[in-house]
Ligand binder design. Sequence first.
Ligand code: 9Z3
Length: 314
Amino acid sequence: MMETDSILDSFNKPKTLNEVHSKAVQFVTNCQKAETKKLVLVTSGGTSVPLEKNRVRHLDNFSTGWRGSASAEEFLKAEYAVIFLYRKNSFFPFTRHLPCENSNERLLQCLQIDKESGKVYLENDDEKIKNGIRDYQAYTSKNLFLPIQFVTLDEYLHFLHALCLAMKPLKSKAMVYLPAAVSDFYVPYKELPEHKIQSEIAAKGLTINLQPVPKLIRHLTKNWVDCAFVISFKLETDATILQQKAVDSLKKYGQHVVVANILKTKSQQVTVISEQMSSVIELSQDDIKNRVEIESKLVPFLTGLHDSYLSTIK
Ligand code: 9Z3
């Protein structure tokens, strides 16, 4: 049984919490045995905040999971082992170029039936798809990739805590990379109605009393996985407040780096901010033409910062 943190008491404990924790402990132990040099926990996708215990209605945070899944692939290329905590049905590493990730209709257009054998095959010769399948098989067989799914905010927070605890023995070799879009508001589990809210009861309109989600990043950096290199993300839609919000977050919560981005330009430009520097990473017109992904520039930059951090600790 894993230890719990009272800060999570108002969030419903998922039934599979101990199972997720044990899987992660096993994964970390195997990485240590195999002398894997570094390990990163990547979070990805948006959280869902239920409005009823039997969830019919919920509040969702925007995130497709592209940043997280593209980054996970880049970390694997950089020889990190990866724990991937992701929202069910969001983009997934290795399959994000498959037609089924975007639409069932596109998938049907790509599937063919072989006349002789009757077997179904994907008529698509895209190198990215082939490489994705090859990479998935290679990384999972080498025990370098562990995916864990969440849907609700409660699951996300409890799993994040459990995974951080499992990574603690790796000390500064561990990185926590947090692009998942996490709700700032929720209804504590005890206050949720059991069943679907009835329209007759809320005939004059529905007022929902949302509570602020406690800022858990401070607990993460100070207690859950205290020596790890921690990178959080700041998302805004108003460019005039982004830099200040990111700097404030860095001062308040003790993470090493904040990656700041604006919703409309998130795939072309991000700013990496630490106590020592602020650096813009962006795609050129040529990069865009050549379909270069910003994560292929961002992740190497961050692994470089992690290396510098490691060299100051040794
Ligand atoms: C981000 O800013 C991510 O870059 C995106 C990625 C969600 C924009 P996609 O998944 O998008 O590629 O579609 N994440 C924001 C993380 C977050 O919620 N941060 C909190 C905040 O901004 C603070 S820790 O207030």
